[in-house]
Write a protein that binds this ligand. Structure first.
Ligand SMILES: [Zn+2]
Length: 113
């Protein structure tokens, strides 16, 4: 996907958040990532290490929390967790599904010192 651009926007959010505060360093940045978002977390970690140099987020720990894919079946009403490699309703085998959770990508919290 576009992990480079995503990392740039994360760092932008962090910089905006610490602006105007007496922050010595950012200790931790916590992200929530839906399992259906297509984000490659390894690339994200890599770019973060690279791009955070000489910013307040240098040496910050990037914590990635994955959110499972939750769907509701429009045919039989079943709802629950779905494996992204096997997208069908486990109850009726239908594929008329609504995505309830899984595409999220956001900064959950920023811990500073
Ligand atoms: Zn169903």
């Amino acid at each position: 996907m576009h992990e480079l651009a995503l990392t740039q926007s994360i760092l932008h959010i962090v910089e905006e958040a610490v602006k105007g505060h007496e922050v010595q360093r950012v200790k931790e940045v916590r992200l929530k990532i839906g399992d259906y978002s297509g984000v490659v977390t390894e690339s994200l970690t890599y770019y973060f290490g690279l791009l955070s140099r000489d910013t307040p987020a240098q040496d910050a720990v990037l914590k990635l929390e994955k959110l499972p894919i939750l769907m509701t079946c429009r045919d039989c009403g079943w709802s629950g967790e779905i494996n992204k490699h096997h997208i069908e309703c486990p109850q009726c085998r239908g594929i008329n599904l609504r995505l309830d959770q899984g595409r999220e990508f956001y900064v959950e919290s920023i811990e500073v010192e």
